[in-house]
Ligand binder design. Sequence first.
Ligand code: MD3
Ligand code: FE
Length: 206
Amino acid sequence: TEVAPGAVLLPDWLDEQRQRELVAACREWARPPAGMRTVRTPGGGVMSAKVVGLGWQWRPYYFSKTADDGSPVKPFPPELGELARRATEDVFGRVPDDGLEYDMALLNFYDAKAHMGMHQDKDELSKAPVISLSLGDTCVFRFGNTESRSRPYTDLELHSGDLFVFGGPSRLAFHGVPRILPGTAPAWLGLTGRLNLTLRATGLTP
Ligand code: MD3
Ligand code: FE
């Protein structure tokens, strides 16, 4: 489903086994060193979602090869490059020219009370689409416009297993996660809360 120009939602893209495998892998990626952490913004704010980067660590508002604990950031796993490739094939019918440049994954964890304010993702130098995979609890996802964080926006639910690709004009749209719907994760997944995995091309050279 094309939700907006360049924003394509493929519900239930990940089968049960793939979701289970990804959750198991996420638990490893979240582990120290260079594990999942709370992000403090320069303005004194604290993000309620916990975050870890693979390939690059995201900091407000740049990418680093060093994690907050001083350890090297974990490598970008080749299987996530392969997943990005399959996602772009399924959504666009082909792998775009820049489809091989995916070099970082951002993993966000939301507990029942976590949320994410409206923002743009503009720290990447590449225009390659951002690929989002949802696991666990359903969330309300707010998809806005490119001008400001206010209306007009559309609220939709993202469920465990959904693939969402943001390219073209949607790449720079404001977006956020107003809330999590606690207890909505599929029972067979064994996950309390929500994980969101985004695959990105930073356009940066190490
Ligand atoms: C639209 N994550 O990591 S995923 C983020 O559910 C982020 O954790 C949210 O926003 C989450 O930056 C939303 C959907 C998403 C991700 C990246 C985008 C939408 C996007 C980048 C550009 C436009
Ligand atoms: Fe974002």
